[in-house]
Design a protein around this ligand. Sequence first.
Ligand SMILES: CO[C@H]1CCN(Cc2c(C)cc(C)c3[nH]ccc23)[C@H](CO)C1
Length: 305
Amino acid sequence: ALSMCGLAKEFQSADDEEKNPWLVSISILRPGRGTEMCKGALVSQKYVLTAAHCFTIDDEADQITVKIGKKNFQVAALKSHPQYTVGKLRNLGIPEFYDYDVALLALRKQVTFSSEARPICLPCTAGTSRALRRPHPQTTCKEHEQELMPGGNIPALFVTPCRDKYLSTLGLRRRTVRIKNGDKKHSCEADAKKAKQYQNVTEVSQVVTERFLCTGGIEPEVDPNTCKGDSGGPLIVAKRMRYIQVGVISWGVVDLCKNNLRIECQNDNDHLEQAPSHARDFHINLFKVLPWLREELREEGLDFL
Ligand SMILES: CO[C@H]1CCN(Cc2c(C)cc(C)c3[nH]ccc23)[C@H](CO)C1
């Protein structure tokens, strides 16, 4: 049968990889200059979706290693979105520009799906129609967007490493945020100007384009924030125990984990360490990069609508 996307082990004692079998860790080895780490999501047997800003123009596929479940995979090709141009606004004194901040890694070997390695659902594919229990092929991409991205504050989640105080290892924790897609969208986006490198930004829309979803802040509830290391990870909408990726974590106004201030896996009151109200996070909205996704993933049998 077609492999089912967005399915995970839900029982409490399942291990972190089984609870989030699509979450991958990406290491980019730069000889003499250390290793950069990013996150990504497995989206088919051969492709990982991540952020383009994880890579520099000089990075080659053979410098990249992807950890899926507990196995390491080599990369055959790195395909950043053609419209991603980090230096596009440099002449305006804006050092980093994150528009179209998405990339696909083609793995050298196909992943054998297991309880620890399974793809997440992508919008406007047959897998998401099935996950939403909607008829295929009758259900349209527009209907996916209406169901997954209605107006108002949309509950979503991202997964981030946590410090396990008993095992003193790193675990994974799901963090619930709200995508501000209603009357709070404007104020969410306005806080982009509070980022230290953005003091020359005169118009928010210069750095927060149509491609972005905005989370974070303290209204309607205190949202946890991403850290730099979460770059490239999936922003997920859960529907009846099925997980659909709607965004790629791109950038945040403040990096609260600078001195590796990890959240603890065990404690539950970590949300009480309230972040500043202007601590917002921005994610590339997958509904805004569908033509690129369709083109790059056309051979993966995902059956785009
Ligand atoms: C132009 O600079 C601004 C944008 C990038 N921010 C860094 C950053 C990146 C790159 C990616 C993710 C996921 C982040 N989550 C939190 C911070 C953060 C800096 C602040 O640290 C400010």
